[in-house]
Design a binder for this molecule. Structure first.
Ligand SMILES: Cc1ncc(COP(=O)(O)O)c(C=O)c1O
Length: 384
Protein backbone atom coordinates (compact mmCIF):
# COMPACT_ATOMS: atom_id res chain seq x y z
CA UNK A 1 0.00 0.00 0.00
CA UNK A 2 3.05 2.25 0.03
CA UNK A 3 2.02 3.81 -3.30
CA UNK A 4 -1.08 5.40 -1.87
CA UNK A 5 -1.01 9.11 -1.16
CA UNK A 6 -1.96 10.07 2.36
CA UNK A 7 -0.97 6.78 3.95
CA UNK A 8 -4.47 6.03 5.21
CA UNK A 9 -3.50 2.47 5.98
CA UNK A 10 -0.57 3.35 8.19
CA UNK A 11 -1.15 2.66 11.82
CA UNK A 12 -4.49 0.98 11.17
CA UNK A 13 -3.93 -2.47 12.50
CA UNK A 14 -7.05 -3.12 14.54
CA UNK A 15 -9.41 -5.29 12.48
CA UNK A 16 -12.28 -3.07 13.64
CA UNK A 17 -10.63 -0.05 12.01
CA UNK A 18 -12.22 1.37 8.88
CA UNK A 19 -9.78 3.02 6.48
CA UNK A 20 -10.81 6.01 4.34
CA UNK A 21 -9.68 3.94 1.38
CA UNK A 22 -7.98 0.63 0.76
CA UNK A 23 -7.15 -1.42 -2.31
CA UNK A 24 -6.36 -4.61 -0.43
CA UNK A 25 -9.89 -6.05 -0.77
CA UNK A 26 -9.95 -5.33 -4.51
CA UNK A 27 -6.57 -6.98 -4.90
CA UNK A 28 -7.94 -10.06 -3.14
CA UNK A 29 -10.61 -10.14 -5.87
CA UNK A 30 -8.54 -9.55 -9.01
CA UNK A 31 -4.91 -10.07 -7.97
CA UNK A 32 -4.24 -13.29 -9.91
CA UNK A 33 -5.82 -11.93 -13.10
CA UNK A 34 -3.79 -8.74 -13.03
CA UNK A 35 -0.60 -10.67 -12.33
CA UNK A 36 -1.26 -12.89 -15.35
CA UNK A 37 -1.89 -9.86 -17.56
CA UNK A 38 1.31 -8.18 -16.38
CA UNK A 39 3.29 -11.37 -16.97
CA UNK A 40 1.93 -11.55 -20.50
CA UNK A 41 3.25 -8.05 -21.25
CA UNK A 42 6.64 -9.04 -19.82
CA UNK A 43 6.75 -12.13 -22.04
CA UNK A 44 5.70 -10.12 -25.11
CA UNK A 45 8.50 -7.60 -24.64
CA UNK A 46 6.15 -4.85 -25.90
CA UNK A 47 6.54 -2.27 -23.13
CA UNK A 48 5.85 0.97 -24.99
CA UNK A 49 2.42 1.35 -26.61
CA UNK A 50 1.43 -1.82 -28.47
CA UNK A 51 -1.60 -4.13 -28.23
CA UNK A 52 -2.61 -3.57 -24.58
CA UNK A 53 -2.60 0.21 -24.96
CA UNK A 54 -4.54 0.03 -28.23
CA UNK A 55 -7.08 -2.31 -26.69
CA UNK A 56 -7.63 -0.05 -23.69
CA UNK A 57 -7.93 3.01 -25.95
CA UNK A 58 -10.51 1.22 -28.08
CA UNK A 59 -12.56 0.15 -25.08
CA UNK A 60 -12.46 3.57 -23.42
CA UNK A 61 -13.45 5.32 -26.67
CA UNK A 62 -16.59 3.17 -26.54
CA UNK A 63 -17.11 3.29 -22.76
CA UNK A 64 -17.01 7.09 -22.65
CA UNK A 65 -19.02 7.38 -25.88
CA UNK A 66 -16.41 9.92 -27.05
CA UNK A 67 -15.24 7.85 -30.04
CA UNK A 68 -11.56 8.74 -29.56
CA UNK A 69 -9.25 7.93 -26.66
CA UNK A 70 -5.51 8.46 -26.36
CA UNK A 71 -3.57 6.91 -23.49
CA UNK A 72 -1.07 9.15 -21.71
CA UNK A 73 1.19 8.93 -18.67
CA UNK A 74 -1.13 10.49 -16.04
CA UNK A 75 -4.17 12.71 -15.58
CA UNK A 76 -2.14 15.90 -15.26
CA UNK A 77 -0.55 15.34 -18.67
CA UNK A 78 -3.98 14.44 -20.03
CA UNK A 79 -5.25 17.90 -19.03
CA UNK A 80 -2.18 19.62 -20.45
CA UNK A 81 -2.26 17.69 -23.74
CA UNK A 82 -6.02 18.20 -24.18
CA UNK A 83 -5.53 21.97 -23.86
CA UNK A 84 -2.53 21.90 -26.20
CA UNK A 85 -4.38 19.83 -28.83
CA UNK A 86 -7.08 22.49 -28.90
CA UNK A 87 -4.45 25.20 -29.34
CA UNK A 88 -4.71 26.83 -25.91
CA UNK A 89 -1.56 28.80 -25.10
CA UNK A 90 -0.03 32.13 -24.05
CA UNK A 91 -2.46 35.05 -23.99
CA UNK A 92 -5.48 32.80 -23.45
CA UNK A 93 -7.65 32.58 -20.36
CA UNK A 94 -9.16 29.31 -19.19
CA UNK A 95 -12.12 29.46 -16.81
CA UNK A 96 -12.01 26.85 -14.05
CA UNK A 97 -12.84 26.13 -10.42
CA UNK A 98 -10.68 26.97 -7.38
CA UNK A 99 -12.02 23.92 -5.51
CA UNK A 100 -10.10 21.04 -7.10
CA UNK A 101 -6.75 19.27 -7.14
CA UNK A 102 -3.78 21.47 -8.06
CA UNK A 103 -3.25 19.76 -11.45
CA UNK A 104 -6.34 21.43 -12.91
CA UNK A 105 -4.82 24.90 -12.69
CA UNK A 106 -1.25 23.64 -12.99
CA UNK A 107 -1.90 22.21 -16.45
CA UNK A 108 -3.45 25.48 -17.67
CA UNK A 109 -0.30 27.31 -16.57
CA UNK A 110 1.93 24.73 -18.28
CA UNK A 111 0.37 25.73 -21.64
CA UNK A 112 1.25 29.38 -20.98
CA UNK A 113 -2.44 30.30 -20.55
CA UNK A 114 -3.93 31.91 -17.43
CA UNK A 115 -6.39 30.16 -15.12
CA UNK A 116 -9.37 32.35 -14.24
CA UNK A 117 -11.30 31.02 -11.27
CA UNK A 118 -15.04 31.10 -10.73
CA UNK A 119 -16.79 30.04 -7.54
CA UNK A 120 -18.54 26.73 -6.91
CA UNK A 121 -22.10 25.78 -6.04
CA UNK A 122 -21.89 24.58 -2.42
CA UNK A 123 -24.42 21.78 -2.99
CA UNK A 124 -22.49 20.09 -5.81
CA UNK A 125 -18.95 21.45 -5.21
CA UNK A 126 -18.82 22.12 -8.99
CA UNK A 127 -18.56 25.35 -11.03
CA UNK A 128 -21.68 27.51 -10.64
CA UNK A 129 -22.83 28.24 -14.22
CA UNK A 130 -24.41 31.62 -13.37
CA UNK A 131 -21.26 32.91 -11.70
CA UNK A 132 -19.13 31.50 -14.54
CA UNK A 133 -21.04 33.54 -17.10
CA UNK A 134 -19.94 36.76 -15.37
CA UNK A 135 -16.25 35.85 -15.71
CA UNK A 136 -16.21 35.20 -19.44
CA UNK A 137 -14.02 37.74 -21.25
CA UNK A 138 -12.90 38.18 -24.87
CA UNK A 139 -9.73 36.30 -23.88
CA UNK A 140 -11.61 33.23 -22.58
CA UNK A 141 -10.35 30.48 -24.82
CA UNK A 142 -11.80 27.49 -22.97
CA UNK A 143 -13.70 26.33 -19.93
CA UNK A 144 -12.23 23.58 -17.78
CA UNK A 145 -14.97 22.34 -15.44
CA UNK A 146 -14.07 19.60 -12.97
CA UNK A 147 -16.46 16.72 -12.23
CA UNK A 148 -15.55 16.76 -8.56
CA UNK A 149 -15.89 13.68 -6.36
CA UNK A 150 -17.67 11.77 -9.17
CA UNK A 151 -20.51 14.19 -9.99
CA UNK A 152 -20.39 15.86 -13.39
CA UNK A 153 -20.39 19.64 -13.65
CA UNK A 154 -23.50 20.90 -15.44
CA UNK A 155 -21.89 21.38 -18.84
CA UNK A 156 -25.25 22.00 -20.49
CA UNK A 157 -25.81 25.00 -18.23
CA UNK A 158 -22.22 26.19 -18.76
CA UNK A 159 -22.66 25.93 -22.52
CA UNK A 160 -25.82 27.99 -22.37
CA UNK A 161 -23.54 30.91 -21.38
CA UNK A 162 -20.51 30.04 -23.49
CA UNK A 163 -20.20 28.62 -26.99
CA UNK A 164 -16.41 28.07 -26.97
CA UNK A 165 -14.26 25.11 -26.13
CA UNK A 166 -15.09 22.90 -23.12
CA UNK A 167 -12.47 20.54 -21.69
CA UNK A 168 -13.74 18.22 -18.94
CA UNK A 169 -11.53 17.38 -15.99
CA UNK A 170 -13.03 13.91 -15.65
CA UNK A 171 -10.19 12.58 -13.45
CA UNK A 172 -12.65 11.65 -10.68
CA UNK A 173 -15.68 10.81 -12.79
CA UNK A 174 -15.14 7.74 -14.97
CA UNK A 175 -18.59 6.24 -15.55
CA UNK A 176 -20.58 9.31 -14.43
CA UNK A 177 -23.35 10.62 -16.67
CA UNK A 178 -25.11 13.90 -17.34
CA UNK A 179 -28.59 13.59 -18.87
CA UNK A 180 -27.65 10.22 -20.34
CA UNK A 181 -24.24 11.24 -21.74
CA UNK A 182 -21.05 9.84 -20.28
CA UNK A 183 -18.20 11.83 -18.74
CA UNK A 184 -15.61 12.21 -21.48
CA UNK A 185 -18.06 12.85 -24.31
CA UNK A 186 -19.92 15.97 -23.21
CA UNK A 187 -17.07 18.44 -23.65
CA UNK A 188 -14.90 18.80 -26.75
CA UNK A 189 -12.10 16.98 -24.94
CA UNK A 190 -11.75 15.32 -21.54
CA UNK A 191 -8.95 14.22 -19.24
CA UNK A 192 -9.01 11.05 -17.13
CA UNK A 193 -6.66 9.91 -14.39
CA UNK A 194 -6.10 6.28 -13.47
CA UNK A 195 -4.10 7.07 -10.32
CA UNK A 196 -4.35 3.96 -8.11
CA UNK A 197 -7.03 5.40 -5.80
CA UNK A 198 -9.35 6.46 -8.63
CA UNK A 199 -12.57 4.48 -9.35
CA UNK A 200 -10.63 2.84 -12.19
CA UNK A 201 -7.06 2.76 -10.94
CA UNK A 202 -3.83 1.44 -12.41
CA UNK A 203 -0.93 0.05 -10.35
CA UNK A 204 0.94 3.30 -10.88
CA UNK A 205 0.38 6.50 -12.84
CA UNK A 206 -1.79 6.44 -15.97
CA UNK A 207 -4.12 8.80 -17.81
CA UNK A 208 -6.15 9.35 -20.95
CA UNK A 209 -7.56 12.07 -23.17
CA UNK A 210 -10.88 11.44 -24.85
CA UNK A 211 -12.31 13.60 -27.60
CA UNK A 212 -15.40 13.71 -29.76
CA UNK A 213 -13.41 15.59 -32.43
CA UNK A 214 -11.61 13.19 -34.82
CA UNK A 215 -9.08 15.83 -35.92
CA UNK A 216 -7.67 16.07 -32.39
CA UNK A 217 -7.12 12.31 -32.03
CA UNK A 218 -4.15 12.46 -34.35
CA UNK A 219 -2.80 15.70 -32.81
CA UNK A 220 -2.91 14.11 -29.35
CA UNK A 221 -0.98 11.05 -30.56
CA UNK A 222 1.72 13.36 -31.92
CA UNK A 223 1.80 15.57 -28.82
CA UNK A 224 2.33 12.59 -26.48
CA UNK A 225 5.40 11.60 -28.56
CA UNK A 226 7.35 14.89 -28.69
CA UNK A 227 5.17 16.24 -31.48
CA UNK A 228 6.29 13.51 -33.85
CA UNK A 229 4.07 11.91 -36.47
CA UNK A 230 6.95 10.37 -38.33
CA UNK A 231 10.07 9.02 -36.62
CA UNK A 232 12.64 11.76 -35.90
CA UNK A 233 10.56 14.45 -37.53
CA UNK A 234 8.93 16.83 -35.05
CA UNK A 235 6.10 19.04 -36.27
CA UNK A 236 5.39 20.71 -32.94
CA UNK A 237 6.65 20.80 -29.38
CA UNK A 238 5.24 17.83 -27.51
CA UNK A 239 6.28 15.80 -24.48
CA UNK A 240 6.97 12.15 -23.70
CA UNK A 241 3.70 11.03 -22.14
CA UNK A 242 2.54 7.58 -23.14
CA UNK A 243 0.29 5.20 -21.28
CA UNK A 244 2.55 2.43 -19.99
CA UNK A 245 1.77 -1.01 -21.50
CA UNK A 246 1.92 -2.70 -18.06
CA UNK A 247 -0.63 -0.21 -16.71
CA UNK A 248 -2.84 -0.66 -19.78
CA UNK A 249 -2.83 -4.42 -19.14
CA UNK A 250 -3.97 -3.86 -15.54
CA UNK A 251 -6.66 -1.42 -16.69
CA UNK A 252 -7.92 -3.89 -19.31
CA UNK A 253 -8.45 -6.44 -16.54
CA UNK A 254 -10.21 -3.91 -14.30
CA UNK A 255 -12.50 -2.12 -16.77
CA UNK A 256 -15.14 -4.91 -16.92
CA UNK A 257 -15.48 -4.68 -13.11
CA UNK A 258 -16.03 -0.92 -13.07
CA UNK A 259 -19.83 -1.03 -13.49
CA UNK A 260 -20.22 -3.38 -10.51
CA UNK A 261 -17.82 -1.37 -8.38
CA UNK A 262 -19.70 1.83 -9.20
CA UNK A 263 -23.00 0.23 -8.13
CA UNK A 264 -21.41 -0.76 -4.84
CA UNK A 265 -20.19 2.80 -4.28
CA UNK A 266 -23.72 4.04 -4.97
CA UNK A 267 -25.08 1.54 -2.48
CA UNK A 268 -22.63 2.74 0.17
CA UNK A 269 -23.68 6.34 -0.53
CA UNK A 270 -27.36 5.46 -0.18
CA UNK A 271 -26.74 3.70 3.09
CA UNK A 272 -24.84 6.70 4.48
CA UNK A 273 -27.65 9.00 3.41
CA UNK A 274 -30.37 6.80 4.93
CA UNK A 275 -28.33 6.36 8.12
CA UNK A 276 -27.78 10.10 8.66
CA UNK A 277 -31.45 10.82 7.92
CA UNK A 278 -32.64 8.10 10.32
CA UNK A 279 -30.51 9.50 13.12
CA UNK A 280 -31.39 13.11 12.32
CA UNK A 281 -27.75 14.12 12.07
CA UNK A 282 -28.50 17.69 10.98
CA UNK A 283 -24.93 18.84 11.50
CA UNK A 284 -23.87 16.87 8.42
CA UNK A 285 -24.92 17.85 4.92
CA UNK A 286 -24.78 14.81 2.64
CA UNK A 287 -23.85 14.97 -1.07
CA UNK A 288 -26.52 16.11 -3.49
CA UNK A 289 -27.19 14.36 -6.81
CA UNK A 290 -29.29 16.70 -8.97
CA UNK A 291 -31.97 15.30 -11.27
CA UNK A 292 -30.50 14.00 -14.53
CA UNK A 293 -27.05 13.17 -13.10
CA UNK A 294 -25.53 9.88 -12.00
CA UNK A 295 -22.94 10.24 -9.25
CA UNK A 296 -20.13 7.65 -9.18
CA UNK A 297 -18.97 8.62 -5.67
CA UNK A 298 -15.25 8.75 -6.15
CA UNK A 299 -15.53 10.36 -2.74
CA UNK A 300 -18.41 10.54 -0.27
CA UNK A 301 -17.88 14.11 0.83
CA UNK A 302 -20.09 15.73 3.45
CA UNK A 303 -20.09 19.25 4.84
CA UNK A 304 -19.78 18.92 8.59
CA UNK A 305 -20.05 21.26 11.55
CA UNK A 306 -16.88 21.23 13.70
CA UNK A 307 -15.18 19.33 10.91
CA UNK A 308 -11.69 19.16 12.42
CA UNK A 309 -12.96 17.91 15.79
CA UNK A 310 -15.16 15.36 14.03
CA UNK A 311 -12.20 14.10 12.01
CA UNK A 312 -10.05 13.80 15.16
CA UNK A 313 -12.87 11.97 16.97
CA UNK A 314 -13.34 9.52 14.09
CA UNK A 315 -9.61 8.89 14.02
CA UNK A 316 -9.65 8.12 17.76
CA UNK A 317 -12.38 5.57 17.00
CA UNK A 318 -10.31 3.92 14.24
CA UNK A 319 -12.17 5.51 11.33
CA UNK A 320 -10.19 7.17 8.53
CA UNK A 321 -11.36 10.28 6.70
CA UNK A 322 -9.74 12.87 4.45
CA UNK A 323 -10.08 16.57 3.73
CA UNK A 324 -10.29 17.15 -0.01
CA UNK A 325 -9.33 20.02 -0.27
CA UNK A 326 -8.04 22.04 2.69
CA UNK A 327 -6.81 25.02 0.63
CA UNK A 328 -8.54 26.44 -2.45
CA UNK A 329 -6.33 26.97 -5.46
CA UNK A 330 -6.63 30.78 -5.43
CA UNK A 331 -4.96 30.72 -2.00
CA UNK A 332 -2.12 28.33 -2.92
CA UNK A 333 1.36 29.82 -2.47
CA UNK A 334 2.40 28.66 -5.96
CA UNK A 335 -0.45 30.62 -7.56
CA UNK A 336 -0.10 33.96 -5.76
CA UNK A 337 0.99 35.67 -8.99
CA UNK A 338 -2.58 35.28 -10.26
CA UNK A 339 -3.50 38.05 -7.81
CA UNK A 340 -6.39 36.49 -5.93
CA UNK A 341 -7.06 37.06 -2.22
CA UNK A 342 -8.88 35.42 0.66
CA UNK A 343 -12.56 36.24 0.32
CA UNK A 344 -12.59 36.14 -3.50
CA UNK A 345 -14.45 32.80 -3.65
CA UNK A 346 -16.54 32.47 -0.47
CA UNK A 347 -18.16 29.15 -1.37
CA UNK A 348 -14.85 27.49 -2.14
CA UNK A 349 -13.42 28.85 1.11
CA UNK A 350 -16.44 27.62 3.07
CA UNK A 351 -16.07 24.20 1.46
CA UNK A 352 -12.41 23.97 2.45
CA UNK A 353 -13.44 24.57 6.08
CA UNK A 354 -16.37 22.14 6.10
CA UNK A 355 -15.68 19.20 3.80
CA UNK A 356 -14.88 15.74 5.05
CA UNK A 357 -14.63 12.65 2.84
CA UNK A 358 -15.83 9.59 4.75
CA UNK A 359 -14.66 6.03 4.00
CA UNK A 360 -15.67 5.16 0.42
CA UNK A 361 -14.64 2.15 -1.62
CA UNK A 362 -16.75 -0.58 -3.26
CA UNK A 363 -15.93 -3.30 -0.75
CA UNK A 364 -17.09 -1.38 2.36
CA UNK A 365 -19.60 -3.54 4.19
CA UNK A 366 -23.00 -2.39 5.43
CA UNK A 367 -21.79 -2.93 9.00
CA UNK A 368 -18.82 -0.67 8.40
CA UNK A 369 -20.99 2.07 6.90
CA UNK A 370 -23.40 1.79 9.84
CA UNK A 371 -20.52 2.10 12.28
CA UNK A 372 -19.27 5.28 10.62
CA UNK A 373 -22.79 6.76 10.79
CA UNK A 374 -23.13 5.74 14.46
CA UNK A 375 -19.79 7.32 15.38
CA UNK A 376 -20.63 10.57 13.56
CA UNK A 377 -24.00 10.66 15.33
CA UNK A 378 -22.33 9.92 18.69
CA UNK A 379 -19.90 12.83 18.18
CA UNK A 380 -22.74 15.34 17.76
CA UNK A 381 -24.89 13.77 20.48
CA UNK A 382 -22.00 14.41 22.87
CA UNK A 383 -22.67 18.12 22.34
CA UNK A 384 -20.23 19.14 19.61
C1 LIG B 1 -9.58 16.63 -10.34
C2 LIG B 1 -8.25 16.07 -10.71
N1 LIG B 1 -7.60 16.58 -11.78
C3 LIG B 1 -6.42 16.09 -12.18
C4 LIG B 1 -5.80 15.06 -11.51
C5 LIG B 1 -4.43 14.64 -11.95
O1 LIG B 1 -4.31 13.29 -12.22
P1 LIG B 1 -2.92 12.52 -12.01
O2 LIG B 1 -2.69 12.39 -10.54
O3 LIG B 1 -3.14 11.21 -12.69
O4 LIG B 1 -1.86 13.33 -12.69
C6 LIG B 1 -6.44 14.49 -10.39
C7 LIG B 1 -5.91 13.33 -9.65
O5 LIG B 1 -4.99 13.21 -9.02
C8 LIG B 1 -7.68 15.02 -9.99
O6 LIG B 1 -8.31 14.52 -8.92
Amino acid sequence: MAFLAGGQQKGMINPMDIPAFTLSRQIDEIGPQTEAAVNEVISSGQFILGAQVQEFERRMAAFTQAGHAVGVANGSDALYLALRAAGVGPGDEVLTTPFTFFATAGSILRTGAKPVFTDIDLDTFNMDPDQASARISPRTRAMLPVHLFGLMADIDALRSHYSGLVVEDAAQAVGATLRGRAAGSVGDLAAFSFFPTKNLGAFGDAGMVTTVRPEWDETLRALRAHGSRQKYRHDMLGINSRLDALQAAVLNVKLPYLGGWTEKRQHVAQRYQAGFAERNVEQVQVPVTPQGFTHVFHQYTVRAQNRDELQAYLKSRGIGSTVYYPLSLHLQPALQDLGYRAGDFPHSEQAQREVLSLPMFPELTDREVDRVVEEVAAFYQAGH
